[in-house]
Design a protein. Sequence first.
Length: 300
Amino acid sequence: MFEEAQLYAPVTDGPDGVRVHLADDHPGAHDPAYRARRDAIAAAALAWSPGQPVPQVAYTEQEHAVWATVSRELAPKHERLACRAFRDAKAALALPPDRVPQLDEVSEGLARLTGFTLHPAAGLVPLDVFYGSLADRVFYSTQYLRHPSGPLYTPEPDLVHEVIGHGNLLADARIADVKRLAGEAARRCETPEGLQYVADVFWFTIEFGVMWEDGELHCYGAGLLSSFGEIDEFRGADIRPLDFHAMATQEYDITHYQPVLFAVDGMGELCDRVGGFFADFDDDTPARLAAAAARPRAVA
């Protein structure tokens, strides 16, 4: 099942200041300049409070080059493999392809289109805060970029994932509303188990969802849309119909391409069934769905 804490490098604020603790096998683990850069960006995000101006990051030419490389390489894959709603939303938001946008710049476009804004995050945001904030049309985004040695790979969510994936998705009013409903579901949860159930379904839909459209399989999940490698491979996964209880109990390794994906039948099913799941969710939902899954099915 989905454990979000595994996705982000831990961030601490101690006597030596803010530190981002990269794993030994992280591409930037042995690059002092990159580590210092990550620490500085995280410190600014930690010092920020809602209502204050969003921290501005003076991105370097190297960082702009990473963004430009990913944007250029993902563009033809989006045209071929992304769902229509994402392609239209991406065109409407019109992020710059040759430089890293500031979070408030992305927020300005999203506010005009769907009312969402981006708030800065140093790394992991607690589940209740991250998902609950979606109810207020707020999405927490990191501001750092992946290590320049591998612009088409990152072991953790970075600004590319947050903005090219989630940011563009949030420019579509229907998908933005499903995310808002997920936030309201999280706000209603009174148990950690209920909140985790919401997070798991969110993972297999908004993060790694796929969609049948015009007789072909396309992707709408931000994790696929922002991944240079996995977006080419998702059609080879074990594609299953929507099953919310299966999503919440599916074991998998987040460090590899997802072997099991769940498909919706067009935007209608995404809005009606996934949106409906979040709209109706409460802490009793997991038990109800588990009981339904355990009942023998009638044989025709």
